[in-house]
Design a protein around this ligand. Structure first.
Ligand code: FRU
Length: 491
């Protein structure tokens, strides 16, 4: 994470790298995604405070408005009616005397348990980590605590609670990223908190007073790095079976090195999480899907569990070759519970809203043109090996399946020399998965590959100097389609 070199380059970059905010936005800068969320300017990392309220999906995010590298964290803010088109709003939370505002969540406090609103006006309550950089520099170990803030105007303005912090630090350096949800079984708010190498669950009646309920994970899952950004929620499968899901991000120690997110399926009795087995499973086998969590308060009539991740990796997030801003989110994805007897697994597929900007699928065999730098490429691999190449004259990204090993090769994908870990071939063993439907969502600087509508996923960023303009599919079944994806920016 964050070292002083980044901070220094951030300060040097301050005047030179940031555009004048009063200039008209063209959104055609090099590498500006055309259908993924990006901050208008400056640095972004984790999505935070995902909540749906009164017809708006809120997306807060870790943000340093004064530079394109990580620094004192704020919560940036955007809202959307459809998860695709985003309206940027003013910064929601600024650092204060207790520290920077690290990752956290937002809930609708429907019954006004916190007393911040009224019966007719439920407050939105943000629960986040304070990171006290002064305490950190002084060598203390208790510099991360949890604070809360509330909004009575649909998230536009926030008031911090006067008695913050609400959860003090017991003397553990990594103590952060609270994700809170109402739990019907134990009739209380339950917070999942990342504590160094495990998750701690805390309970509260009013979002202010928190009691420790249990711990999970010290001896299970991947432990190649620190645990971060948990999320706990229930999912129901097609047959009506309910299981509890715990997402846990880890950095480093992911399947491709660096950052990644693992998940556990199990049961939660309102206090403790019990996993179904001891296998480590990943939500995405690509290098660039981190710190993702899910939206709270999606109406029951919708019923989906919607997820979004940060499309980068701490290995190189601070040095990717964009100018005015750094980082994008993944596509919003729906998480589904699938029975794979005798256990359960997850599937992640793009939220159906994306269909509204996809059109004109054309058929090709073997070769096809990419007329625009954004497209959806789709084919049925028929459980056979294949090699799919997206290329321009001198750059290419290669996606292939050989002997049940799926891989993405970005060694010659464009600009790769900004970091030694970036140019790599990333592999995933698909095991017993019969690889059929492949969807590749290509944006200007990313590929999201969904195998069998999300049974396996690989998300990778790339920086081609010119758009890839050709598709080549080598396979016993070389038929594929290319559909266009409309830009979310006004022309
Ligand atoms: C994850 C993370 C969180 C932390 C935030 C700081 O990427 O390290 O654990 O709250 O970023 O920006």
């Amino acid at each position: 994470m964050k070292n002083t070199a980044f901070l220094l380059s951030g300060l040097l970059c301050l005047s030179a790298c940031l555009p004048n905010k009063s200039e008209p936005e063209t959104k055609q800068e090099a590498f500006r995604p055309q259908y993924h969320f990006t901050p208008q300017t400056a640095w972004m990392n984790d999505p935070n405070g995902l909540v749906f309220y009164e017809g708006e999906y809120h997306l807060f995010y870790q943000h340093y408005p004064d530079s394109t590298v990580w620094g004192p964290m704020h919560w940036g803010h955007a809202v959307s009616p459809n998860l695709i088109h985003w309206e940027h709003l003013p910064i929601a939370l600024y650092p204060d005397s207790l520290g920077y505002i690290f990752s956290g969540s937002v809930v609708v406090d429907w019954k006004n348990s916190s007393g911040f609103g009224s019966d007719s006006q439920p407050p939105l309550v943000a629960i986040y980590t304070y990171h006290d950089a002064v305490g950190e520099r002084a060598g203390r170990n208790d510099y991360q605590t949890q604070g809360i803030a509330y909004s009575l105007d649909k998230g536009r303005t926030w008031t911090k609670y006067k008695n913050n912090p609400v959860l003090a630090n017991p003397g553990i350096i990594d103590f952060r990223d609270p994700k809170v949800a109402w739990n019907e079984k134990s009739k209380q708010w339950v917070m999942a908190l990342a504590v160094k190498d495990h998750i701690e669950f805390y309970g509260s009646a009013d979002l202010k007073q928190w009691n420790k309920l249990s711990e999970f994970g010290k001896s299970i899952g991947a432990h190649g790095g620190v645990w971060e950004c948990p999320d706990l929620f229930a999912l129901v499968d097609e047959s009506g079976n309910t299981r509890w899901i715990l997402l846990v991000s880890i950095n480093p120690g992911g399947p491709q090195g660096g950052s990644a997110t693992q998940y556990f399926v199990g049961d939660f009795d309102g206090k403790s999480f019990m996993p179904q087995d001891t296998l480590t499973r990943w939500i995405d086998y690509g290098a660039d899907n981190y710190a993702g969590v899910t939206w709270s308060d999606i109406p029951q009539t919708d019923g989906r569990r919607l997820f979004i991740g940060w499309m980068s990796n701490w290995q190189y997030a601070n040095v990717v070759p964009t100018q005015a801003w750094r980082s994008a989110t993944t596509l919003p994805r729906e998480i589904m519970l699938i029975k794979k007897d005798p256990v359960y697994e997850l599937k992640f597929k793009p939220a159906s809203e994306i269909k509204s900007i996809i059109k004109d699928a054309k058929n090709f065999s073997g070769k096809g043109p990419l007329e625009r730098p954004v497209a959806l490429i789709e084919f049925d691999a028929g459980a056979q090996d294949f090699t799919l190449t997206l290329s321009n004259e001198s750059e290419r990204v290669i996606v292939s399946l050989h002997n049940q090993e799926f891989s993405i090769d970005r060694t010659s994908s464009g600009i790769v020399n900004f970091n030694a870990d970036f140019p790599a071939i990333h592999r995933m063993d698909v095991g017993s998965v019969e690889v059929r439907n492949i969807k590749v969502y290509l944006d200007v600087a990313s590929l999201e590959i969904f195998v069998n509508d999300g049974e396996r996923v690989m998300t990778e960023i790339v920086f081609p100097e010119r758009p890839y303009n050709k598709v080549n599919l080598e396979s016993l079944r070389p038929e594929f389609t290319i559909a266009s994806i409309a830009s979310i920016w006004k022309p």
